[in-house]
Design a protein around this ligand. Structure first.
Ligand SMILES: Cc1ncc(COP(=O)(O)O)c(C=O)c1O
Length: 434
């Protein structure tokens, strides 16, 4: 077949091997090429319509092609797509972040969530004069060399390559130490063992889909204060999603540095590091106050298109009470899924806060941390996702389900109809009986 006759997926595979952009890959039989999106739906070049529970890996909190977001992008595009100069949308987005996120006084933009955690770690090292960073097993902070140790929790999860990725120099990971999420004692032991050199504790306040145990985040706050380390909340997922002020507001614990991404770019390439003015000033070339500079740069930092999109999304989310709609949809599909599993005597649980979720099968104990999460049948979860995808529900098999304010009860019905059949397949090939 020549290039012109090949299917779009085959065309992609020739020049974008795997026909995928990152470490998640759709099974070949359900691989598709997106044509356009509207609200909760993605339409493919093969003219199928999928209900989207992936949402661009999370950013699209108000759904695809929301008129307010597309209008903002179009209006900005007509004025210029990029300046590499201070601009109005970037200032307004920074103001909105400062107004919304507790204790944050200043912001520096970058181009995605990985850059945000990368710069937050560098800044923490600069400000403390120390090098070691503590993270938690199974956490994801992006693709860079300092973020990957101990991700994913188990190498065969989704067939993903993380900590065992080729190409990461040993020197990059020497100063990353790993404790157990929701295990304050392990965090205390690890932090105290490194107290003289601990620059930062970085945590996903909701690790993947695991909510923090009562007192865990507060315990980390105290541990950071005790050891002189800075506490970094990776709010790339939780920022503006759990609440306007993110996980800090939801759980009443403040961080020293906040890494933002996903929602703040409204579906375009934006990340941000947010903190006190004193800390952010380490990133300002030649500014008074900070005794030492820390390097930060990026061609697309402060891109006005991205800032306009992020602003439009975040304003819409607030003004249209989007978070409430998202939580209501999550409640609707969760209840339906639990009922279905119950009626089929399948041991299924949902893990997550009220605005996104992961589906686990037959855990050997209540799922509260990585060990109990991994005691569940991950292969069954991946199969469930694959079967859902096969039935027109776009989820990356094994990954979490994201919901937008555009999801409707009709979507919930489609979700549950697909789940009804998907659960039967899962139960026929995996030992997930109650
Ligand atoms: C918690 C968390 N941190 C950081 C990142 C990296 O963000 P990005 O993919 O925008 O680089 C992700 C991406 O999924 C994430 O979930």
């Amino acid at each position: 077949m020549n290039g012109a006759d090949a299917s779009p997926v085959d065309r992609a595979d020739r020049v974008i091997p795997g026909a995928c952009f990152g470490y998640t890959r759709i099974p070949d039989e359900d691989a598709f090429v997106a044509s356009h999106g509207r609200g909760s739906r993605i339409f493919t070049t093969a003219e199928t319509e999928l209900v989207d529970y992936t949402l661009g890996s999370g950013p699209l909190l108000v759904g695809h092609a929301h008129p307010r977001v597309t209008r903002a992008i179009a209006e900005q595009a007509a004025k210029g797509t990029h300046f590499y100069a201070m601009n109005e949308p970037a200032i307004s987005l920074a103001e909105l972040i400062v107004e919304s996120v507790p204790r944050v006084e200043a912001v520096k933009f970058c181009a995605d969530g990985s850059q945000a955690t990368f710069f937050a770690m560098r800044l923490a090292r600069a400000a403390t004069g120390r090098e070691t960073v503590m993270k938690f097993a199974g956490a994801y902070h992006g693709h860079h060399d300092y973020a990957l140790p101990s991700f994913p929790g188990v190498p065969e999860d989704r067939g993903a390559v993380g900590a065992d990725s080729l190409g990461i120099p040993a020197g990059a990971t020497e100063k990353i130490v790993v404790a157990g999420f929701n295990d304050l004692v392990s965090a205390q032991d690890m932090a105290r063992a490194h107290r003289g050199d601990l620059a930062a504790i970085i945590v996903e306040p909701v690790q993947r889909s695991l909510p923090p145990a009562p007192g865990f985040l507060q315990g980390l706050r105290e541990l950071a204060d005790e050891t002189g380390a800075l506490l970094i909340f990776d709010e790339v997922v939780t920022g503006f999603r759990l609440s306007r002020g993110g996980a800090q507001e939801r759980y009443g614990v403040h961080a020293d540095l906040v890494a933002l991404g996903k929602a703040v770019g409204g579906g375009t390439a934006v990340g941000a590091v947010a903190a006190s003015r004193e800390l952010i000033e380490y990133l300002v070339p030649g500014s008074p106050g900070a005794s030492q500079r820390s390097f930060m740069s990026g061609t697309l930092n402060g891109n006005p298109l991205g800032a306009a999109a992020g602003l439009a999304l975040l304003r819409e989310l607030d003004e249209a009470r989007g978070r409430e709609a998202i939580a209501a949809h999550v409640a609707e599909v969760s209840a339906g899924l639990r009922d279905l599993a119950q009626s089929k005597s399948i041991a299924l649980d949902l893990v997550g806060p009220d605005v996104f979720f992961d589906v686990v099968f037959a855990p050997r104990e209540p799922v509260v941390d990585l060990a109990s999460y991994l005691s569940s049948d991950r292969a069954a979860s991946t199969r469930f996702g694959a079967e859902m995808l096969h039935r027109g529900i776009y989820v990356v098999p094994g990954a979490k389900f994201y919901v937008s304010s555009a999801h409707t009860s009709a979507d919930a019905e489609r979700f549950l109809a697909a789940a009804d059949a998907a659960l039967d397949v899962v139960a026929s090939v995996h030992d997930v009986a109650q």
